[in-house]
Design a protein around this ligand. Structure first.
Ligand SMILES: C[S@@+](CC[C@H](N)C(=O)[O-])C[C@H]1O[C@@H](n2cnc3c(N)ncnc32)[C@H](O)[C@@H]1O
Length: 276
């Protein structure tokens, strides 16, 4: 069993964040900032790519076509396109050799989507992966801190809602993850907090830090034979994630460090997949 002390170790600076986050978080949840994003003209993925690369390489063009990325009505910009191609590439790699038949309809949950900047990748992947005509999808996201206000005076949930409106059957719950037992074919945890320092530096109160419970709830919410995909940042986090999975008695069926031609990050990213 991984020592909880290790996960929750407190350095001196943590005490400052502990108090500050408790106050900020309570205030955010009292005010519940809401300033919907006004309708903006959509800009297609291909037009952004055309502006970046003199010549689109054939694998990118294939990705755009296979996953119908140009049908997504959103005001894409360069960063958003790059990050979505990165996540899409990652999902494809993760499922390449997996013993998993995507059901139709498919139910998936994303734990902690933030403002769901990668929703285009997630929804398109789940819709069209090995399914030319597209499958019926029900995707749910649970975000514990949806009222954080960005510099442009929109709250995190407002940005997410703008993205959700570009798709069908997607729900974004403004609350902590609640796993209903045996509900989901797939569960995603993209960069869950395993170290208290990360949880605190993202502005969350210490009392909400319980990565083991979150993992447990995520697994509980899977149907039998369902898949949990986790992305971690850095080797230490990946190592710890592995121990948490093994402690929970789960068998890791895919485990790799991910690199993509679409985007470079400062920290390494690791992918772990388990089957219930
Ligand atoms: C490091 S961020 C990852 C954001 C996004 N998934 C990504 O790929 O970049 C972790 C997110 O999980 C959210 N979170 C943490 N605990 C949660 C919980 N119990 N339920 C729902 N969301 C949670 C945080 O508020 C934050 O938005």
């Amino acid at each position: 069993m991984v020592e909880k002390k290790f996960l929750q170790g407190m350095g001196p600076w943590h005490y400052y964040y502990q108090v500050k986050n408790e106050l900020d978080f309570a205030l955010r949840n009292k005010i519940r900032w809401n300033r919907p994003v006004s309708l903006r003209k959509s800009v297609s993925v291909s037009s952004i790519l055309a502006n970046c690369n003199a010549e689109l390489n054939s694998s990118t063009r294939e990705l755009v076509q296979t996953y119908h990325l140009d049908e997504i009505q959103l005001p894409f910009h360069r960063d958003l396109v790059e990050v979505n191609l990165y996540y899409l590439d990652l999902f494809i790699h993760a499922f390449e050799n997996l013993p998993f038949d995507f059901p139709n309809p498919l139910t998936a949950v994303d734990v902690g989507p933030s403002d769901w900047f990668y929703l285009p990748a997630l929804a398109s992947f789940l819709n069209y992966y090995r399914c030319e005509q597209g499958r019926e999808l029900h995707i749910t996201g649970y975000e514990i801190d949806p009222y954080r206000v960005y510099r442009d005076f929109h709250a995190r949930h407002n940005i997410a809602e703008q993205r959700i409106n570009a798709f069908k059957h997607i729900q974004y719950y403004l609350k902590p993850f609640e796993g209903r037992t045996n509900m989901n074919d797939l569960v995603f945890q993209c960069f869950p907090f395993l170290f208290l320092r990360d949880h605190l530096s993202w502005g969350l109160p210490k009392r909400l830090f319980d990565p083991e419970k979150l993992l447990n709830d995520a697994v509980e919410s899977l149907k039998q034979n369902g898949i949990l995909l986790i992305i971690n940042q850095g080797a230490a986090e990946n190592q710890l994630q592995r121990s948490l999975l093994i402690d929970r008695g789960l068998q890791i069926i895919t485990d790799f460090r991910f690199n993509s031609e679409f985007k470079q990050y400062d920290h390494e990213h690791y992918v772990l997949v388990v089957k219930k």
